[in-house]
Ligand binder design. Structure first.
Ligand code: DX5
Ligand code: ZN
Length: 215
């Protein structure tokens, strides 16, 4: 699979959100990564439905929505109505993960599951065939601008091996602390979607940052 870049709007300038969205629309990036936090599953609150609706109005690229919320099933229909292309729930937030995945797909979206840094990849062996994307958190979720956790490389390799063993296909997305320094090794290990927040939006030239992530 060719490499996809998904800038995280969490690091955008919210006072100039339309400008930031237009920047990504015009860039070489592939998806918008949208981080939804509820202050319960993670110790932070990002933005809610009115803001996401406003993002959808201006975004011309697929919306990759990452739910860091408890009981995400409550909002699957809402995110479908916002035109989310991919809806990712956390393994740690779903008691009935199989049901959550079915629910997402039944609403016409692609289904993703995110794993916290401490959650081993092998826990996905009974649902990997049903997934369109696995998001490996390479920081503890909740905040942008954190330090990349090096153990992620081993997890990507384990996930790649699981996908191959189960004879299936699925995006491997890496989220947290991604920069031009680790991008090529992440891709070499098997990642094909790189999320980047601060590395893109805090850069003097976000377009150049996006290009550099492609190596
Ligand atoms: C963290 C979020 C990430 C975050 C990445 O909880 O899921 O998507 O925005 O930000 P950076 O790239 O700055 O680590
Ligand atoms: Zn995210």
């Amino acid at each position: 699979m060719s490499l996809l870049i998904a800038p995280s709007l969490l690091a955008a300038d919210f006072a100039n959100l339309e400008r930031e969205i237009t920047l990504i629309n015009k860039s070489d990036a592939d998806w918008f990564h949208i981080d939804v936090m509820d202050g319960v599953f993670v110790p932070n609150i990002s933005f809610g439905m009115p803001v996401i609706k406003a993002i959808q109005k201006h975004a011309t690229k697929p919306l990759d929505v990452h739910l860091m919320i408890v009981d995400p099933d409550r909002y699957v229909s809402t995110f479908a109505s916002f035109g989310a292309t991919i809806l990712t729930v956390h393994y740690e937030a779903c008691t009935h993960l199989n049901r959550s995945i079915d629910n997402i797909k039944s609403k016409g979206m692609k289904a993703g599951v995110a794993l916290n840094p401490h959650t081993p990849v092998h826990l996905l062996e009974d649902c990997i065939k049903d997934l369109d994307l696995v998001c490996l958190m390479s920081v503890n979720p909740g905040f942008g601008g954190q330090k990349f956790i090096e153990n992620t490389y081993e997890k990507i390799k384990a996930l790649k091996a699981l996908i191959t063993a189960k004879n299936t296909t699925c995006h491997i997305e890496i989220d947290g602390g991604v920069t031009d320094v680790n991008a090529s090794e992440l891709v070499a290990c098997g990642a094909d979607v790189l999320v980047a927040g601060s590395y893109v939006f805090s850069a003097p030239d976000p377009h150049e940052s996006i290009r550099k992530l492609r190596g």
